[in-house]
Every structure is written in structure tokens, then in C-alpha cells.
Design a protein around this ligand. Structure first.
Ligand SMILES: [Zn+2]
Length: 422
């Protein structure tokens, strides 16, 4: 086996050792159709526990076909569903019960929804099924989970299923723009805006229960408008709505569109309640194999976990050889110098407009920044754990201020580059 393959296999083993799958096809008795009629809604969700088993119960408006299976590292239960609109309490899933520590739900790809249930340890799916609610078309989808020991959680794996998506799912709308291959030297510089998270992956949850994915999308849409208004750039977005896009797909999208600049938008949150009122401000990150400080390393780890959170098998740990090789390549291509240039301009422009963090420029091994073709930055716009900052971030006025500042940094950056490379 060639070295690369061996390494890859090794990584798979590390990620999926002790894999187990319980694959059940939940079918409403008598239902043949694999896909439901349009407009299925999830209207309620709850967790029940009797000390022996924990039941995840979802109320849905019509019957559908679903798949449920378990994954290890970390232990999770994945419920894959066709297109489904979630009308649930936004705070649902943050508190666990029994063997369930938390759960998330959302669009995983166009026309595909997913629920990821985090468990406290290895579990087996004791039963899964749907029952009709008397006197209504609605149904209760119930998944009964029971704890099991690590040794028994042995054979088979759901990894193949998890890995089969979302890249293999035919997309109708996401990523929104079909990549039309271009070559460097296009008439207008191509700017790819990358709103972090989306769909099943909410990102950080703020002090007011607002998910990071919503704030970064709002800013991204404003930034697109600000850049388009200059008529100087071709502006692309890795996502335009509330849908999950894997980190690999974001990288691929940037490469396929031959981006001249890649801007990833995120918002930060800290766990320590004591500090949540005092820590605020934006941070601008560039790629490095070694994090500029411990906080930056933790940040990159958190953001790199996006695929894991969505139940996607991720074989890249976000550091090591691969990053080093990319960094060597980056140095050759001067792309990292351009990233640093843009980061400087951006820090200045953002600083004139919004609060910056105490150390506003940092670097770490963010997977989404690992691209050889385009200078790239990742902006943590502010701290959603700070109630007053989050409140500000939710306003259109703040979002447009940020968008204008980033757009003017883009203008300065490209003016400089045009002068330098006529
Ligand atoms: Zn994020």
C-alpha cells in the first residue's frame, strides 16, 4: 500500500475503531413510497427516559422514510431524513436526558435533513418506528436507545453511510452557484464569501440563543451586496441559505471557482460564564500549522469539528503533514504573504468600525483556510457569548457596518495588488 493510502487507512481506523452500526429502515407499515409528499414538518421533539432506555421522539406531520444508525468517536446516533421543515423550539436539543447528552437538527444538504444525537457512551438502537397519532395525519417517530458496553459495540459501521453524504447527494441548490471553471486572469477578481456552519451545524449558540450560522449568513449577504455594488468583483458564496456544506466542499468550491480571495465568516463564543461579559471583539485568522496561541488552537479545533458535528466522517485532523505540505506550497506561491497583507488591511478597516479583540490578528490550522490557490482569512466577527455584543451583532446596522468595512479592505487590497502586479 502506498504511504499516502496507508496513512489514510490509519486515520480511518483511528476515527472508526470500535465502529458499530444498527441500520434500520423505518417504514410506516404499508408505505411503499421512498419519498414523502412535499411539505413534511417536524412540530415537536422530546426526550423520555425510564432509567433503562432513552427515547428520542419526533412528531412529524406525515409519514416518511428514514435511516437511523450509530457512529463512534464520538458516539452518536444519526437519523437521516428526506426534506423536512423543522418547526421546533430553538433551544431544543441543548439539554440531554438519559443516554442522550444533546442533539441537533437541520438541513444536511438540499432535500436532505439530518438529526445528530450525541450520546454519553456506546448505545444500541433498541427499536425505531413510527406510530400514527389518533385522529390526525401526524405521526410520532420514536428511536429507543439503550446503553451498551464498549466491547459489544463492535461489528459493522455507519461510517460508510455517513461518508456517502453529502458530497454524493445530488444537489439542486447547494452550493448555490455551479462552479464554472475559470482561469486566473479573469476580467474581475473572484471573491468567495464563506458563511460558516449552516443547516444541521448551528455553530456557536449565543447568549440570546441565536445560532452563529444565522448571524454569519446575514453578514455574508450584506457583504455580497457591498462588493457587488462596486462592480469590481465576481462574488460567490459557499452557501446562500440555511444548509450544511462540509469543509471539503467549501474548499472544493473555492478551487473550482478559481478564487482570488476567500473570506470565511464566523462568530466566537466562550464557555466560561465568568468571562462572558468582558470578552468581546473581532479576531482575524490566517493559516499556520502552529497556532499563534492556545486560544487560537482551541478555536481552530472547534471550527474544524463542523463536519463531525454534522455526522460527516472527517479524515483530516486539521494538523500534521498535510498542513505542512500545504504551507510549503503556500510559501512558494506567496499566497500566505497575500493572506497576511489582506489580514493587515482588514484589521485596520474593521478596527475603525467595530470592536476588535485584545489580540486581533492570530493564526492557526483552520481546515477551511487550507487552500493553495487563494489567499484566505477567517474572521471571528465577535463573541456571541457576550449578551450585549450578540445583541449588537443581530442588528442590520452592525451587520452592514461590518460588511462595509470588509468591502473597503477588499478594495484597498486589490488596489495594492494591481499596482504591484500591473
Ligand atoms: Zn464558526
Amino acid at each position: 500500500m502506498p504511504g499516502g493510502m496507508a496513512r489514510l487507512a490509519e486515520r480511518f481506523r483511528n476515527l472508526w475503531h470500535l465502529p458499530a452500526v444498527v441500520l434500520g429502515l423505518i417504514l410506516l407499515p404499508g408505505t411503499v413510497a421512498a419519498f414523502p409528499a412535499q411539505g413534511v414538518e417536524a412540530t415537536a421533539v422530546r426526550l423520555l427516559d425510564n432509567g433503562k432506555t432513552t427515547t428520542f421522539e419526533l412528531t412529524i406531520s406525515k409519514g416518511l422514510t428514514a435511516q437511523v444508525y450509530t457512529l463512534a468517536n464520538p458516539y452518536r446516533v444519526i437519523l437521516d431524513l428526506p426534506n423536512l421543515a423543522f418547526h421546533l423550539d430553538p433551544a431544543a436539543g441543548q439539554k440531554g436526558r438519559g443516554v442522550v447528552s444533546a442533539f441537533r437538527y437541520g438541513l444536511f444538504a438540499a432535500h436532505k435533513a439530518r438529526v445528530v444525537i450525541d450520546t454519553t457512551g456506546p448505545v444500541r438502537i433498541a427499536s425505531a418506528g413510527m406510530t400514527r397519532i389518533p385522529g390526525s395525519r401526524a405521526l410520532k417517530l420514536a428511536i429507543v436507545l439503550a446503553p451498551m458496553d464498549v466491547a459489544a459495540f463492535g461489528a459493522g459501521t455507519g461510517a460508510a453511510l455517513a461518508a456517502a453524504s453529502p458530497a454524493d447527494i445530488p444537489r439542486n441548490s447547494a452550493p448555490p452557484e455551479k462552479a464554472d471553471r475559470k482561469h486566473k486572469g479573469h476580467a474581475k477578481p473572484v471573491i468567495v464569501i464563506d458563511p460558516g456552519h449552516g443547516g444541521i451545524d448551528p455553530g456557536a449558540i449565543g447568549a440570546n440563543n441565536v445560532p452563529e450560522k444565522s448571524i454569519v449568513l446575514a453578514v455574508a449577504l450584506q457583504l455580497r451586496e457591498a462588493l457587488q455594488n462596486t462592480h469590481r468583483y465576481e462574488v460567490k458564496m459557499t452557501r446562500k441559505d440555511d444548509v450544511f456544506v462540509s469543509l471539503d466542499d467549501r474548499l472544493k468550491y473555492s478551487a473550482d471557482n478559481d478564487a482570488d480571495l476567500f473570506i470565511s465568516l464566523h462568530a466566537d463564543s466562550i464557555e466560561q460564564k465568568k468571562l462572558s461579559d468582558s470578552v468581546r471583539g473581532a479576531t482575524i485568522y490566517t493559516l499556520s500549522s502552529r497556532a499563534s496561541d492556545e486560544q487560537a488552537r482551541v478555536m481552530a479545533e472547534k471550527e474544524n469539528a463542523s463536519d463531525l458535528i454534522a455526522g460527516v466522517n472527517s479524515v483530516d485532523e486539521g494538523s500534521g503533514e498535510e498542513v505542512k505540505n500545504i504551507l510549503i506550497d503556500l510559501l512558494k506561491r506567496e499566497t500566505s504573504n497575500f493572506s497576511a497583507d489582506f489580514s493587515h488591511v482588514l484589521t485596520k478597516k474593521l478596527g475603525q468600525s467595530i470592536t476588535l479583540a485584545r489580540i486581533p490578528q492570530k493564526s492557526a490550522a483552520f481546515k477551511v483556510l487550507k487552500q493553495t490557490h487563494a489567499p484566505s482569512v477567517l474572521i471571528e466577527l465577535g463573541y456571541m457569548s457576550n449578551a450585549s455584543e450578540e445583541h449588537e451583532m443581530m442588528t442590520v446596522a452592525w451587520q452592514s457596518k461590518v460588511a462595509q468595512a470588509i468591502a473597503s479592505a477588499v478594495n484597498v487590497y486589490f488596489k495594492k495588488r494591481t499596482v504591484a502586479n500591473p
